[in-house]
Design a protein around this ligand. Sequence first.
Ligand SMILES: Cc1cc2nc3c(=O)[nH]c(=O)nc-3n(C[C@H](O)[C@H](O)[C@H](O)COP(=O)(O)O)c2cc1C
Length: 369
Amino acid sequence: MPPDLLLDPAPAPALQEAEADGLAEARLAFEALSARGKKFLGCRVAIMGGAMSWVSERHLVPAISNAGGFGVIACGAMPPELLEKEIAATQALTSKPFGVNLITMHPKLDELVQVCLSAKVGHIVLAGGIPPGPAVRAVKDGGAKLIAFAPALVLAKRFVKSGVDALVIEGSEAGGHIGPVSLTVLAQEILPFIREIPVFVAGGLGRGEAILGYLEMGAAGAQLGTRFAASRESVAHEKFKAAFIRANARDAIPSIQLDERFPVIPVRGLVNEGTKKFLAHQAETIQKFQSGDLDKVQAQLAIEHFWAGALRRAVVDGDIKGGSVMAGQSVGMVTAIQSVAEILQELRGQAVAALRAREQTRQHVKGQS
Ligand SMILES: Cc1cc2nc3c(=O)[nH]c(=O)nc-3n(C[C@H](O)[C@H](O)[C@H](O)COP(=O)(O)O)c2cc1C
């Protein structure tokens, strides 16, 4: 069966009775809640595969889009020529919409935007900072939709005014680079107050019931990373995926900063020898700074360089001991390698089942009164 048919199988005869029991209504209710997100993304399930450097590439991205979700290429540090190839290879494998995530501090951001526009990419995500004005204008003038990350309500309002078309609010439960506030809190701060444009929620999401809860709070859809990183179609090394299956939520911790004079960018990943060595490396570097062997800039650089290339080592080479095994707290809900279609079907099924159970409770209460 083609993967996207998995999302809407024709009801089997045995299911017909269940349909009468509220399943069809629950499905419709879920579709209604997801309608805004689906329309914005142009896909069949309002779930984005969050961009993950080294993971969200020409295999995983079309797999997500073909299965009815919305894949997003992670440009990361790629130069424009490589991004162009990655987009072309993705387009060769899907005719469905997908997006490209660009990091705002990339030195060739403007060129990367042009690469996306020339390739007719419909959605550009600007991540890693406040989207710079020229890039915002270029995306808008080029006719693509612009998605930005809003870490607080005040910025969300500013982005709406500056013409951003949709927001992602990513809680600190997420894998990769994180902000300080959980999705539970961000959602309460932002969802009731931003109605002008769609808002997608991210961070720590592993089940459909949770996605449903945020849709009911006003989210347009959700963005998941960790669950897709461990999917069958993900090119991540088998050791990387096996580490996800073994891990519990508590194993996915933010990077620890030893000294406030030397800031460490918070990144959530699985605790391993690398995370322990990073503490020792910071201690040694601070020691060298205190003894005058390094000045402040050199010490800061030495700390920052510790993780250079570490995500690639984990994802591509399978070095899960020393590499950076970025993962969200949702990693505890990764229990098997599943296809992308199975993951999407499961998430949708859980949301629909929750809606149906609620309706059945309502009917039961009504019957008793
Ligand atoms: C391995 C990994 C790499 C990531 N790399 C990026 C990235 O390059 N750019 C980005 O905007 N977000 C990145 N993220 C965050 C995801 O796009 C997504 O928002 C996040 O994974 C959602 O939380 P979850 O992991 O709990 O589902 C990464 C996440 C993971 C797990």
